[in-house]
Design a binder for this molecule. Structure first.
Ligand SMILES: C[S@@+](CC[C@H](N)C(=O)[O-])C[C@H]1O[C@@H](n2cnc3c(N)ncnc32)[C@H](O)[C@@H]1O
Length: 297
């Protein structure tokens, strides 16, 4: 397993994933009852962007300037992106940046929060989080990031097993983020298996699955397999294409499948994805938006 999120932190895919995650969490928190946030593929919790350019053996081009970097200094951000950027800035300062996230790309940010930190920093007293990471070094960093934090439990384990092991939670409410590295051919099958098991255990749970757009065909097969589930609850996809399929990009976009989305979340996320498309475009054909697979009843 070679994947290290360090190299991708703050890229266009993180911007979409993390702004959508924050919106979903806040929308679920409009109900008073506590919830469980389960992060099946948590990573190390936070990232030093100044180290993102050095690969394990070769220097690498940092990806954040074409993601997070393009949002800095803009005064026209939709509300969901403004709160995401504010959360990033808070993390940067809290992590002790000497050069807090600046309003210009000429003054680069230093620290970037991963999904565990973004979610954990927005928990209410009645909420809790379980963060799973299988890679031992990443899990060790994650454990030290959250040492002493009540209501946050770090587990060094397979995230798909965690879905089966932790659902249903006593709260009977959950937001599950499934954000795998897609390094293995059977990743899509593992996701489908976890969703089937998760929905059987907690039919009303909210599941958000991040996926890359490298070949449209594979995603279409995934949707077809998902739509074959018996009693599939309402679900939509939020996709961001930074170029069309023919734009010559290896990763030309990404999306999140959201099952049991919070009521009313589709419209603001549609606005968010449409706004991001031209701003984060890297080739012709950039577009974004929400598409319902199973509409709200
Ligand atoms: C895309 S990164 C996660 C990024 C993180 N969710 C964020 O947004 O900040 C995927 C992570 O999953 C870990 N991983 C890979 N397979 C796993 C599995 N089966 N269970 C748990 N973690 C896994 C990798 O080590 C990697 O850290």
């Amino acid at each position: 397993m070679n994947y290290r999120h360090q190299f991708h932190a703050g890229n266009f895919a993180d911007v979409l994933k993390h702004s959508v995650l924050l919106h979903l969490l806040r929308a679920l928190q409009t109900k008073e009852k506590g919830l469980l946030y389960l992060d099946t593929h948590a990573g190390r919790g936070g990232y030093d962007l100044s180290a993102a350019a050095s690969g394990t053996t070769l220097a690498r081009k940092p990806e954040w300037p074409h993601g997070l970097g393009r949002l800095l200094g803009r005064s026209d951000l939709p509300p969901e992106l403004a709160s995401y950027l504010e959360a990033v800035q808070t993390f940067d300062r809290a992590t002790g940046s000497k050069t807090p996230l600046a309003a210009s790309i000429d003054e680069p940010p230093r620290f970037y929060p991963g999904s565990p930190w973004l979610a954990a920093s927005h928990l209410r007293p009645q909420d809790r989080a379980i963060l799973c990471e299988r890679q031992p070094d990443e899990a060790a960093a994650l454990t030290s990031e959250f040492a002493g934090r009540r209501r946050v439990s770090v587990q060094t384990m397979d995230g798909y097993t965690a879905v089966r092991a932790t659902l249903p939670p006593p709260e009977r409410r959950a937001l599950v983020l499934i954000d795998p590295p897609f390094e293995t051919a059977d990743e899509w099958g593992s996701i489908l298996g976890a969703l089937e098991a998760g929905l059987a255990r907690l039919p009303g749970g909210t599941f958000a699955v991040w996926y890359p757009l490298t070949t449209r065909a594979r995603v279409d097969v995934f949707y077809r397999q998902l739509l074959a589930f018996r009693d599939l609850p309402p679900c939509y996809t939020v996709e961001l294409l930074i170029g069309g399929e023919d734009a010559g990009l290896k990763l030309w976009g990404c999306g999140l499948l959201v099952i049991n989305p919070p009521w009313g979340s589709a419209r603001p996320l549609d606005t968010l994805a449409r706004w991001l498309a031209p701003v984060l475009a890297q080739g012709p054909g950039a577009t974004g938006g929400v598409h319902w697979l199973v509409p709200e009843r």
